[in-house]
Design a protein around this ligand. Structure first.
Ligand code: HEM
Length: 81
């Protein structure tokens, strides 16, 4: 399998709207969650993390600390930092 492309934090930060795409980072991975935003069980709160790291938010909302959530996230991976 091909390696994932490397993105800068600056590039990730450009993606923080449904128009430009919604990207987030998690443990060095870059995820394009644009299609997931409308399906998020926690609603629009997910947009608080748009263009940046999700760790600070997941530290507050422990509901994400489950294997099935990480599996879901992994499907949206597009690159690495
Ligand atoms: C719930 C995924 C970002 C707030 C959930 C659940 C999933 C999920 C799968 C349901 C978990 C379960 O009940 O088993 C994600 C993904 C995220 C993300 C993939 C980022 C890529 C965020 C952010 C916030 C947030 C940034 C807050 C700022 C919440 C809240 C719930 C929730 C409050 C509970 C909803 C409820 O049960 O009423 N999220 N989430 N999420 N999420 Fe997220």
């Amino acid at each position: 399998t091909l390696p994932f492309p490397i993105f800068s934090q600056e590039e990730v930060t450009k993606h923080r709207s449904l128009e430009d795409g919604v990207w987030v980072t998690y443990q060095g991975g870059v995820y394009d969650i644009t299609e997931f935003v409308a399906m998020h069980p926690g609603g629009n709160k997910i947009m608080l993390a748009a263009g940046g790291a999700i760790e600070p938010f997941w530290a507050l909302y422990a509901v994400h600390n489950q294997e099935h959530v990480l599996e879901m996230l992994s499907e949206y991976k597009v690159g690495e930092l």
